[in-house]
Design a protein around this ligand. Structure first.
Ligand SMILES: Nc1nc2c(c(=O)[nH]1)N[C@H]1C(S)=C(S)[C@@H](COP(=O)(O)O)O[C@H]1N2
Ligand SMILES: [Mo]
Length: 491
């Protein structure tokens, strides 16, 4: 027993240095790659997602939300740090055994680099991980022989010096890595865009606590933990499959075509009934069918698969793309990376999941196949459900209570929103924001009333443009999107 304790105590400094080398390796990788798929943690997170059982993935976005993704990412971080730590510690043990000081530095550098290359496929950017891990091991073998702080025993000096160097490296690496995340540039034709944005601003009801008609923070849903970083100059989009001839477009091809500026709302099928994964923006792009028709498609199923740079894929009827847009701009700037830079599909009136970001391929199909989420049981390729959300309850100065939110029914439009302040006993029409131009745009609603004494329940429901009332039947998000009326008790 005591021999084990001694052994562990002797090995501990080496193991600690290994862990520091692991952290340094991750930081070094981040410094050169930024938060992109060539960052060494990214492929591990992807791998974890693919080995996760489908049931977990199916509920990951609804039940766990972004927490599931964060847990996945944390696990990936720990695995990579552990991997590099193992390489470094083993290298140090080999060096001790052969009493060779240079060997562990070389072994760690090359081993970590090799591991990073295997994971990311990038020979050059993997040097970041290799060199940073190697530097920590170099310090660990050099420090004991340096004539510094001779009062402290060698092991402590080593551990302390490597820990401090990792701290320094981390700060520098973080700054370098985050600098690689670029902010999107403004589009050139700003006048028309500004006029539309001003229009949306003027039409917003100004209810405290709800998004204006053009969302200030647009929700984001991605199936993978790290977004692709696609360079607009390298990007191409190809129409493939059941076509007379394949056609490939560059970003220059798109931006030199006649463009369109269009308000369009997106909503995720996996959100809660009264959730916040529904937002609106002004998009700039070109009609997607113009691009498709140049390839002369002859589909046997009338269906199409959209594929993306993150290997995401979704299948749906070509007819849904009829008024679709290939957007390269959002609210007057280039498409931000999070929302699909350089180009994404916008499919009017349909759930968010087929609005494929980082689009690279439009594959015309001959037979129907399932998309990524449909393989996992979702039915998220169709038109959105009608919904009225209740996101604000405000006390007005005059003593009244104000309730408000957004209503959305895709291309059916919103005719009216009804509010009940007595649990659905009686209903009154809410005020709606003036319509924005476009066929697929949400509206805000607001209603102010004299609150009864004591608690009461507010219920809201929307009537779509066809006159159909939002279904009262309650269901969760899986598999076809949430249904029911939003209700909230107010004291
Ligand atoms: N390439 C790609 N496109 C994608 C996704 C994705 O993970 N990868 N997520 C989809 C889902 S589920 C939704 S709801 C919308 C969200 O778009 P946003 O992140 O711009 O809000 O993008 C869709 N397009
Ligand atoms: Mo979604």
């Amino acid at each position: 027993m005591s021999r084990i304790v001694t052994l562990v105590r002797r090995a501990l400094p080496t193991v600690l240095v290994g862990v520091f080398a692991g952290v340094a390796g991750v930081v070094g990788s981040f410094a050169v790659a930024g938060y992109t798929p060539t960052f060494v943690v990214s492929p591990v997170a992807d791998l974890l997602r693919t080995v996760m059982p489908d049931v977990v993935v199916r509920y990951a976005i609804t039940v766990l939300g972004s927490l599931g993704q964060q847990l996945n990412l944390l696990t990936a971080f720990l695995l990579v740090i552990g991997g590099i730590a193992t390489i470094a510690a083993l290298s140090l043990f080999v060096g001790q055994w052969l009493t060779n000081r240079a060997l562990p530095v070389v072994l760690t550098t090359v081993g970590t680099w090799g591991m990073a290359v295997m994971l990311t496929g990038s020979l050059l950017l993997s040097l970041g991980a290799g060199l940073a891990a190697g530097a920590v091991v170099l310090l660990a073998v050099a420090v004991p022989s340096l004539p510094i702080a001779t009062g402290i025993d060698e092991d402590r000096r080593t551990v302390l010096a490597t820990a401090l160097s990792v701290l320094g490296l981390s700060a520098g690496g973080y700054v370098l890595g985050t600098q690689r995340t670029t902010t999107p540039e403004s589009l050139s034709r700003t006048e028309q865009i500004q006029r539309l944005l001003d229009d949306a601003d003027a039409k917003s009801l100004g209810v405290t606590g709800i998004e204006p008609l053009v969302s200030e923070t647009f929700y984001e849903v991605d199936y993978s933990a790290v977004n692709p970083a696609v360079d607009g100059d390298d990007w191409t989009l190809t129409v493939t499959g059941a076509v007379e001839r394949e056609v490939t477009y560059t970003l220059d091809d798109l931006t030199s075509m006649q463009s369109e500026d269009r308000f369009e709302t997106l909503r995720c099928v996996g959100e809660d009934l009264n959730g916040h994964k529904m937002d609106n923006a002004l998009w700039t792009g070109v009609p997607i069918m113009d691009l498709v028709e140049r390839a002369n498609p002859h589909s046997g199923c009338g269906c199409v698969m959209l594929r993306a740079a993150d290997d995401y894929y979704e299948e749906f009827p070509i007819a849904a793309m009829e008024n679709g847009l290939l957007a390269y701009g959002m609210n007057g700037t280039e498409l931000p990376r999070a929302h699909g830079h350089p180009a994404r599909a916008l499919i009017p009136g349909h759930w968010g999941e087929i609005n494929v970001k980082w689009l690279t391929e439009i594959e015309i199909l001959d037979r129907e196949v399932d998309g990524y989420w449909e393989k996992r049981g979702w039915h998220g390729t169709g038109p959105v459900n009608t919904v009225a959300k209740l996101h604000a309850v405000n006390d007005l100065d005059d003593g009244r209570t104000e309730v408000g939110g957004h209503a959305y029914a895709g291309t059916r439009g919103i005719r009216s929103v009804e509010v009940s302040t007595d649990s659905g006993g009686t209903w009154t029409e809410a005020t709606l924001s003036a319509e924005l131009p476009g066929d697929d745009v949400w509206r805000q609603w607001r209603y102010a009333y004299d609150p009864p004494t004591g608690s009461h329940e507010v219920v809201v429901r929307a009537i779509d443009g066809t006159g159909a009332r939002q279904s009262s039947e309650r269901s969760g998000a899986f598999p076809s999107g949430p249904t029911g009326w939003v209700a909230q008790t107010i004291d």
